[in-house]
Ligand binder design. Structure first.
Ligand SMILES: Cc1cc2nc3c(=O)[nH]c(=O)nc-3n(C[C@H](O)[C@H](O)[C@H](O)COP(=O)(O)OP(=O)(O)OC[C@H]3O[C@@H](n4cnc5c(N)ncnc54)[C@H](O)[C@@H]3O)c2cc1C
Length: 445
């Protein structure tokens, strides 16, 4: 039977909705394949006015909205739950206008559905760049990056997405539009309420547009790929790079197990005869560098060669995923604790029941490890809980950059104080008192 919501949307937004079950099903499963849900309709609004119409129609019909950008999120926050409630997936992929490119200040306003790659392609010919870069760039959207406050390989130089956002436009649950897109860059006039949308994972409303602060990219850089004996050794090399006087643009690592899996799952060739315990990728601005790295280190300032080396690191997550349903954890600890944390992690996982294999890779200069564990059934969370408890003992975070979604919400209280969570829920009730948006994301429904 056609629901009242679909009758209303067919009348108000006939060209922006899809009810074909086959097309709907392509929006229901997340990138990891672990989360799948249900929806009666997909809406792909083309502008903010259509988003407002959609939000009001869903609210009037007691339906709920699942917001989806490029669906590259890794914590199950981009797909609907399996629910008896009527759910509309609001896909932002048609919000792709690029307006207001100020080439003097380097500010640009983009629709939430513009992908990272599309933004890069648009601004690079003008000598500007978007500070955030990640392996999901072809599909991940700027709205998704803002909603998750995404990180990536350039955080050590330019910060998380939050630092690149100069303004947002947000449609709230009652259809009002909150915006500071036109605000001046310097504006200390009280609470920056629009900033709450950054990192909110779609729980406060729909981000429809974002004003981005671009960066001037380094004219030349040198990428080193360095074999290290341990994470402690990699940390020493990082400190050496930081002391070189050249700006650090990236400091990433791949452990031996991850490298083995990358080599087995891709066409990439081994970089050395013997796979080192850690392969460290350090990128520094400039080419005249006064820094020594161990023998067997590879170094290049050639952009094409650099891209080839980056492929190893960028293939890491998907190579692990190709093994099957993997426990994926994205944690952080203080940079100075990374090596000690990894030793404790090895002690824990090497004898953990059911663990077949495990490894990590990640953003060394941010203390951010992506831990991959193969073995335990995907709905057996004992290993996740044990690792995250260890993270809490190190005063770390249970989610460094991927967010909480549906996958990590039971663990939030391990590293966030109860008072934070209480106030966050009060903020949610101001923006979205009936729980219209993203049911079950961040907090249980
Ligand atoms: C190969 C690979 C590499 C990755 N590397 C990194 C990395 O280095 N660093 C990193 O941080 N992440 C990384 N990710 C994760 C992912 O790409 C990011 O989380 C990205 O920000 C998600 O963008 P998206 O458009 O795909 O959002 P989605 O996955 O569609 O959504 C993510 C969350 O944001 C919400 N959302 C999306 N758009 C909006 C909007 N317009 N308004 C309100 N809420 C919205 C969704 O409801 C959901 O809760 C990687 C993923 C893959 C597959």
């Amino acid at each position: 039977m056609t629901s009242q919501l679909i009758v209303q949307l067919s009348a108000e937004l006939p060209e922006s909705i899809v009810t074909d079950p086959e097309i709907i099903s392509s929006y229901l499963t997340d990138w990891t394949g672990r989360f799948t849900g249900t929806a009666s309709v997909i809406a792909r609004p083309k502008n903010v006015a259509e988003v407002v119409t959609l939000v009001r129609a869903c609210a009037a019909n007691q339906a709920r909205i699942q917001i989806q950008g490029g669906n590259t999120g890794l914590v199950g926050g981009s797909v609907p739950p399996d629910s008896t409630d009527e759910i509309c997936v609001l896909s932002t992929t048609n919000l792709t206008t690029i307006t207001e490119f100020d080439e003097v200040s380097g500010h640009i306003t983009v629709g939430a559905g513009v992908t990272v790659k599309a933004l890069q392609d648009f601004v690079r010919p003008h000598g500007w760049d978007f500070a955030i870069d990640l392996a999901s760039r072809e599909s991940a959207t700027i709205g998704g990056l803002a909603a998750t406050n995404a990180g990536g390989v350039r955080v050590c130089a330019f910060g998380m997405t939050k630092r690149s956002v100069a303004g947002v436009e947000l449609v709230m649950a009652d259809g009002r539009v909150l915006t500071n897109l036109a605000a001046p860059l310097k504006d200390n006039t009280g609470y920056l309420v629009e900033d709450l949308a950054i990192g909110s994972e779609g729980t406060l409303g729909v981000i429809t547009a974002i004003r981005i602060k671009l960066i001037r990219p380094a004219a030349r850089s040198t990428l080193f790929v360095i074999p290290a004996e341990s994470l402690a050794h990699a940390h020493e090399l990082l400190v050496r790079a930081q002391g070189s006087g050249n700006q650090l643009l990236a400091a990433e690592y791949i452990d031996a197990k991850s490298m083995e899996i990358i080599l087995a799952r891709t066409q990439l060739r081994p970089l050395w005869k013997i796979t080192p315990t850690i392969a460290l990728l350090i990128e520094l601005e400039g080419t005249e560098l006064n820094v020594d790295f161990p023998e067997l280190s590879l170094g290049t300032s050639d952009r094409t060669e650099q891209r080839n080396y980056w492929q190893y690191r960028e293939s890491a997550s998907d190579s692990w995923t190709a093994l099957g349903q993997i426990h994926k954890l994205d944690v952080s600890v203080a940079v100075s604790d990374v090596a000690e944390f990894e030793l404790s992690l090895n002690n824990l996982l090497s004898s953990f029941k059911g663990v077949r294999t495990y490894g990590s890779f990640g953003h060394l200069a941010d203390g951010n490890l992506h831990i991959e564990i193969d073995g335990p059934a995907i709905d057996d969370f004992a290993v996740d809980y044990a690792v995250l408890k260890l993270v809490a003992e190190f005063n770390g975070s249970v989610s460094a950059e991927h967010g909480i979604g549906r996958a990590k919400r039971e663990y939030l209280s391990l590293t966030r104080p109860a008072l934070d969570i209480e106030i966050a829920k009060q903020i949610k009730s101001v923006f979205d008192p009936t729980g219209l948006f993203n049911p079950g994301v961040l907090y249980a429904d």
